[in-house]
Write a protein that binds this ligand. Structure first.
Ligand code: PHE
Length: 448
């Protein structure tokens, strides 16, 4: 066992921890997922529902994951099973960690394929490839996706194999500040030269009549995904936390920064989208086909396009790192592999499954569904039940020593009642959306 024998490594500083956790949270979900869903689901009405989901459900779960990780300081699976054991309950509660680890593994397989695409478009942009009139078509077929997925996984494995201090911390403490700087720059540029009025009204004019159960579902899913919850990443990052760290406070910083980046991303993308008359509802394709075309028409477009895709790459890489370390540490726990060996073996397995999604049609979509609509909410639900109903209350109180009794009581109420109920509804609606029992439709007609 890693922690029991060697002692778990700890973050060298609060700054390093925050950059790593914010780096995990801030990813493609912020740059693209949030702006796109906002536009699709009722503008500021969606933003409001999203904020409610973050504050009352995601943030308490984020705190819970960090608390569970720090309390035991073992791998995600050990931490959850031992916590239950302390309360005199079955070690089968390690299932909380298992669902998380499996979810992290699956999520990374498809995340890497998309991140590879981001890299390819970045290189194309910088080399001026798009100005010659080339379009997204250059990415058709299987060879390019396979090649770039391989490059991205190699980079992720490279960072994780070097461990917490020489790998992850070193990268995030340089990359995340650079990320904020580039994002702010692009956002200012975009607002000052693009169709900012139209973008603002698209993002923020309230269209409450558009809020349906499907919108609430989208907001919940987005909040979980964006804060990297339900897949043991925050449990794992919590295991490296020192006892001095104030979890309620740093959780607030992480959730706040993630939300801010999501909103700023919308302010960066939509002024350009509207200035060039693109269809904002194009979904993910917008990032890969329309944006490159736009950059090629703008003065200094190769540079701006390059910055845009580097931004997305940094966001994706720091998220992927946090996913791989979950699997790597769990792997280290149950095999004889060392730190680097485990990162390479489990990263290699992720690569293999990811590569299969490129060749087997429909596989990627199914993995996405299992990871995002089942595994993440289920992982979050199990964490809420573990900390709210199974773990000794005193142990949990001990993880929030600097917080008032009042705050602890509020947190406990949210994880015992509010979060589980909201997540169960989300799970059911998500399954309904996919398999069509007609629930979404019935609820919408009731609301209408
Ligand atoms: N939060 C990341 C994003 O927004 C994705 C992610 C999910 C990363 C879960 C780690 C764990 O893109």
């Amino acid at each position: 066992m890693v922690a029991a024998t060697g002692g778990n490594p700890q973050w060298t500083s609060r700054f390093a921890f925050l950059m790593a956790a914010i780096g995990s949270a801030v990813g493609l979900g912020n740059l693209w997922g949030f702006p796109f869903r906002t536009g699709q689901n009722g503008g500021s009405a969606f933003v409001l529902v999203y904020l409610l989901c973050v504050v009352f459900i995601a943030y308490p779960i984020l705190m819970s994951e960090l608390m569970v990780g720090r309390h035991k300081g073992l791998s995600a699976i050990e931490s959850t099973s031992q916590l239950a054991k302390d309360a005199g309950r079955s070690t089968n509660w390690g299932i909380v960690g298992i669902v998380g680890v499996v979810g992290a593994f699956l999520l990374l397989t498809t995340y890497s394929v998309i991140a590879g695409q981001v890299m390819a478009f970045g290189v194309m942009s910088v080399s001026g490839g798009f100005s010659g009139g080339a379009t997204a078509g250059f990415y058709d077929g299987t060879l390019m996706p396979l090649m770039w997925h391989t490059v991205f996984m190699a980079m992720t494995i490279f960072v994780v194999a070097q461990g917490l201090h020489n790998g992850i911390e070193r990268f995030v403490t340089i990359l995340m500040p650079a990320f904020f700087f580039m994002l702010a720059g692009l956002c200012i540029y975009s607002l000052s030269t693009g169709a900012s009025g139209q973008a603002l009204s698209y993002l923020f004019s309230p269209r409450f009549h558009e809020v349906t159960p499907a919108v609430v579902l989208a907001a919940m899913g987005q909040a979980f995904f964006s804060l990297s919850l339900g897949c043991a990443t925050m449990i794992t990052y919590g295991t490296f936390l020192s006892r001095e760290e104030n979890i309620a406070q740093s959780g607030g910083v992480i959730a706040g920064a993630d939300t801010l980046v999501a909103i700023v991303s919308g302010l960066m993308i939509f002024p350009i989208v509207f200035a060039f008359d693109l269809d904002p509802a194009q979904g993910f394709g917008l990032m890969f086909s329309a944006m490159p075309a736009v950059f090629s028409e703008m003065p200094g477009g190769a540079f701006l396009g390059g910055v845009f895709f580097v931004l997305a790459l940094v966001a994706a890489l720091t998220s992927a790192i946090s996913l791989l370390i979950v699997a790597a540490i769990a792997g280290q726990n149950y095999t004889k592999l060392g730190k680097a060996g485990s990162a390479i073996v489990f990263g290699g397995l992720v690569w293999l499954v990811g590569a299969s999604t490129i060749f087997i049609s429909g596989l990627g979509a199914n993995i996405d569904f299992i990871a995002n609509s089942i595994s993440l909410p289920l992982g979050g639900l199990l964490v809420a039940i573990l900390v709210g109903w199974v773990a000794p209350s005193a142990a949990m109180r001990g993880e929030l020593p600097n917080s008032s009794d009042r705050l602890f009581q509020v947190w406990r109420f949210l994880v015992r009642y509010v979060a589980p109920i909201a997540i169960i509804i989300t799970l059911i609606l998500g399954l309904d959306q996919r398999f069509g029992f007609g629930l979404n439709a019935a609820l919408s007609s009731l609301a209408g």
